[in-house]
Design a protein around this ligand. Structure first.
Ligand code: SF4
Length: 316
């Protein structure tokens, strides 16, 4: 499987079957906390990065092999920004025809200013866009967007989408210490959220390896501040524990690559996840992948993570 993975555990979406519509790492943002490395180069071009028929073929196969249950949501998420796929709306609609399961899209929300993108996402049951900043300067500092997607466009897109969209709108805020966890920064985000009126606000922390070495998650005080300023629809989302379904993979190498391309992980997490194989087999597979240039170790805040080799992480 190249475009479909899991189901993987998610705090918000239970066991979530992931659909990846774009190659690593295709994005119009270059967030300082991105766990997938730097975006090189930034692109804001919407096109058919992957043939939609190839994606749908894999989705159908995965749904068929889980007929008896085990999936709570089908989620568009993965190696970058899914709305850059020009046929995303068509793919969502065809997935909805295949299954009664709810469909979610995890997006940075930057293209919601385009009426056609709003229309495409309207077919989903839940949309989870990002809002990390309440002003243009902080937006450029944290999300480092493509020049075409300004802060005004991001905010307008969110507000217009909310007016038209009948599904669940859950806005995600990634809290980075010293950047958007101050009282002023949070109050500015809260002001925008009052205009957007999402159904929920999910507060996340950059606990996976952030691309920039200096990025730190906010501390307990910052979290409490965020909870009190962002209001009672805000909740902290901790990383989910649970099992990754790797039944679609014949061998350990494919399973490891599929996971670490989308979720860089510590070795002990990988050993717990890959229970079909022994810790020794996992360790051997990782060493071989590193030696052959397909995986790399990224160290952040004293913790070593395994990631796919094509991801770009600066050393300093
Ligand atoms: S966190 Fe998401 S939006 Fe930000 S650069 Fe990474 S893939 Fe793009």
């Amino acid at each position: 499987m190249n475009y479909v993975f899991g189901p993987v555990p998610s705090r918000r979406l239970g066991q979530s079957l992931g659909i990846d519509t774009i190659p690593l790492k295709t994005c119009n943002w270059n967030c300082v906390y991105c766990q997938l490395g730097r975006t090189m180069p930034l692109t804001n071009e919407r096109r058919e990065y992957v043939l939609d028929e190839n994606i749908l073929f894999e989705v159908e196969r995965a749904l068929r092999s889980h007929k008896s249950g085990g999936i709570d949501w089908v989620t568009f998420v993965g190696s970058g920004e899914p709305t850059l796929h020009i046929y995303l709306g068509e793919i969502i609609r065809r997935v909805k025809k295949m299954t009664p399961l709810p469909v979610a899209v995890i997006t940075n929300g930057s293209l919601l200013y385009l009426p056609e993108v709003r229309e495409e996402l309207s077919a989903a049951d839940a949309v989870l866009p990002t809002l990390d900043a309440g002003n243009a300067e902080l937006y450029r500092k944290i999300n480092r967007p493509h020049p075409q997607i300004t802060f005004e466009r991001l905010v307008d897109g969110l507000i217009n989408f909310r007016k038209e969209y009948r599904g669940k709108l859950w806005v995600e805020v990634m809290l980075v210490r010293g950047l958007n966890d101050t009282t002023q920064a949070l109050e500015e985000i809260a002001k925008i959220l009052q205009r957007v009126k999402p159904d929920a606000v999910h507060i996340n922390l950059p606990t996976r390896p952030p691309v920039e070495t200096w990025v730190q998650p906010t501390d307990d005080e910052g979290l409490m501040r965020a909870m009190s300023i962002l209001g009672n629809i805000a909740e902290v989302v901790h990383p989910a524990e649970g099992s990754f379904d790797l039944s679609g993979y014949e061998n350990i190498v494919d399973a490891v690559i599929s996971i670490i391309t989308r979720h860089p992980m510590r070795q002990d997490e990988l050993e717990r996840t890959l229970t079909r194989w022994s810790a020794g087999q996992v360790s051997k597979a990782l060493s071989e992948l590193e030696a052959s240039g397909r995986a790399q170790v990224v160290e952040r805040n004293g913790v070593r993570f395994w990631s796919a080799a094509p991801s770009h992480y600066p050393q300093k």
